[in-house]
Design a binder for this molecule. Sequence first.
Ligand code: ATP
Ligand code: MG
Length: 419
Amino acid sequence: MATHTPGTLGIDFGTSNSALAWAPRGGTAQLLPLEGSALAMPTAVFFNSEDLSTHFGREAVTHYLEGTEGRLMRSLKSLLGSPLLLETTVVNHRQVSFQDIIAIYLATLRERAAHTLGHAPQRVVMGRPVHFVDDDPVRDAQAQASLQQAAQAVGFEEVAFELEPIAAALDHERRLTHESTVLVVDLGGGTSDFTVVRLGPQRIQRADRSDDVLATTGVHIGGTDFDQRLSLGQVMPLLGYGHLGPQGREVPSRVFFDLSTWHLINWLYQPRALAQAQALWTNYAQPHLHQRLMRVLQERLGHRLAYDVEQAKIACSHSGTDSAMDLAHIEPGLQAAMTAVDMQAQLHDLLARTVACARACVQAADLAHGKPDAIYLTGGSSALRPFQQALQAAFVGVPLIEGDLFGGVASGLAYSARS
Ligand SMILES: Nc1ncnc2c1ncn2[C@@H]1O[C@H](COP(=O)(O)OP(=O)(O)OP(=O)(O)O)[C@@H](O)[C@H]1O
Ligand SMILES: [Mg+2]
């Protein structure tokens, strides 16, 4: 077996989706199939407690949605840099930490790459957001170190890191015919990252590209935050969020925040959390709202609810038309609305903070004309219509170019090892 084929594997370990690209030395990067022919795979693990099997990606999500007994893990990247990463949980009779679960997922990426390539890659470049953790350099460094440890634990020997937006820019550059200064926007599941970079066919071969990166900014806001906000605004009130109890006080809101946050949902199923939720009944004036909450927790419907919100967000963003969420699995006939107006209202401040981060990036780049020549969009959340509108309003007249939303970062990572 050719174990030393020279080349680099780019690993885009995303909050919501992961992708791999392989670039042989001096050659073109190719995205690798991860699930059948799909070139990106949800960052999801399902531990089936019926037969103790483990599933990944779409298969993991499908098992969960079909009601197989077990545990779904999503948004694992959001735990990097948090003390929760080293907390352990029992899955399939094994005590594992969330860091171990990240390693289990990375091991599968490695196996699938090896299967396609015929050899296990040794040299990898992993993506990282501009900030794993906002305003906390120590925890941010810890997040990268934990990801590196997990990658090394599963056999990747040489692990380097590159910023995700720089990787996206390097991929976009291959398609440019002339030099231009581009604001690269990578809006994913967990973070929004911005880079102003000089790109062009004459620049590709330069060994050191650091001069071309004029500014980089990032903020810890992404699609999972949009899901959380939409869930709190459109769905959680149906379970009692914001509901006034018999004494005129609101039901304590913590449980609704956790239930709307992809990476915190599993904690609510622990016996102590269930007992706390059960005890909330005294805070409700309308008991049926509490019954809905308990049904979601006891039947472990939290991820399903988050998934429904996410799908309604995508549908409403695509078509601009209203969509309703069918919540009959919680109570017959129950529905939640998701209109374009709701979405605009719920996401307004998150989008404003995201666009402010884009502006800060362009300001820091100190461009001659004050504006980039183009804006390149990547990451699934960059397709969100209200975001594109807010961005266009901030940079009037600058063309928006939609790139490969799910594969661009991985390809760029495989190229980034050139320097
Ligand atoms: N058409 C769409 N409109 C709006 N949002 C979308 C659309 N398609 C996907 N998304 C959202 O994009 C996000 C996933 O994007 P992506 O796969 O780029 O993220 P990621 O790389 O996993 O995250 P990160 O880079 O932040 O770690 C999810 O939150 C998903 O809901
Ligand atoms: Mg990403």
